[in-house]
Design a protein around this ligand. Sequence first.
Ligand code: SUG
Length: 441
Amino acid sequence: MTQAYEINFDGLVGPTHNYAGLSYGNVASMGNSSAVSNPREAVKQGLQKMYALHKLGIPQAVLPPLLRPDLATLRRLGFTGTDAQVLNKVAKQAPVLLACVSSASSMWTANACTMSPSADSLDGKVHFTAANLANRFHRSIEGPQTAKLLRAIFADESHFAHHDPLPLGDHFGDEGAANHTRLCREYGEPGVQIFVYGKYAFDPTQPAPQKFPARQTREASEAIARLHQLHADKVVFVQQNPAVIDQGVFHNDVIAVGNRNVLFFHEQAFLDKDTALADIRRAYGDDELHFIEVSSKAMPLEDAVRSYLFNSQLVSLPTGGMALIVPGECEANPRVWAYLQELLTRQTPIKAVHVFDVKQSMRNGGGPACLRQRIVLTESQRSTVSAKVWMSDEAFSALNAWADRHYRESLSAADLADPQLFIESEQAVSALQLLLTLRYR
Ligand code: SUG
């Protein structure tokens, strides 16, 4: 086995971070529609979390934001004139489109792609499929841009295989790693990949949510497993419980998280839990495997969704054991906090809980786990990445200074039409490209 590391690539929150209520089925996004945001605080909250994990000895890197507002999309939709005229027209004629092309949603890099480590793929390459995010228009424009960004960072074709986003449309709706978990003994060993889907696209007789959308289809998950050349006996497909989607669990990572030999999940997460766990156990083999199941009695679904307990990052500590990286909302909820204290007294690999304030992102339904994409690389794969994406003392202070220079402290819906905001965003992205020595637009 070649040793490999799991690196958290966190999304840097973009300068247009705002609350527009764009995600039907995501209770935080729906509830905070038209609140005033603070983009500078948002990016700094993310940086604090990244830096703290780096200090804990956990490999950490950044993924830069996509440029917003995305004027090219507005021009495709028929808005003409100078940049300022385009913004003025869309603000008057279709403000919801302005909100869509202004969303800083690329910050939730769990949705950027699905990544498979080289140990799992028949051709021995690291595979990436940028997510098409077909279900939400504001997110669907990310896919091709994210694919370009990933190709720019992981450029060495002898190590990395990139796949275009799946065809757009409901049938192949794909939300990336938010519905994908990998279990393994060591990161460099072959692992089990669990693909969680919300519905079958081509078979309407199968169970599906009634109220809110199922963003990931079984057919999309199967396509990714094929593209990534995964061994059939190491892949498990599991249907998410449609009833929890209808209660606001719009991605599986809102109700389950896995790392190495631990799967931490809510009792109601899966449609057929017993079969799911048996399939995972079979694919994993005989080694020690921990299923940490949280009952509805211990944790009503509503508390889980509001606190984002399961949107924690579950990370391996260099000192041994694992830590849960939870949002402040978990500490603020007495039931959730008591549960976490009790969990730490049990004989499980989870030995610590660290709390972070990522409220700016949480108000749009993005917790700690949404903000990061996990990428498993060997040392030789990692050495091919020439961009300065790695977290360090120097990077932390340079990125904070960059945010101070380029980010506003307040943004409302009305501000999105300001042509100056577009200019500021372009300047921020250009400066960041220089800082990271990375061209991605
Ligand atoms: O896709 N929210 C994002 C949150 C993504 C969370 N990611 C994971 N669970 N992995 C979404 O719903 C809200 C934007 C707004 O309403 O302004 C938004 O896009």
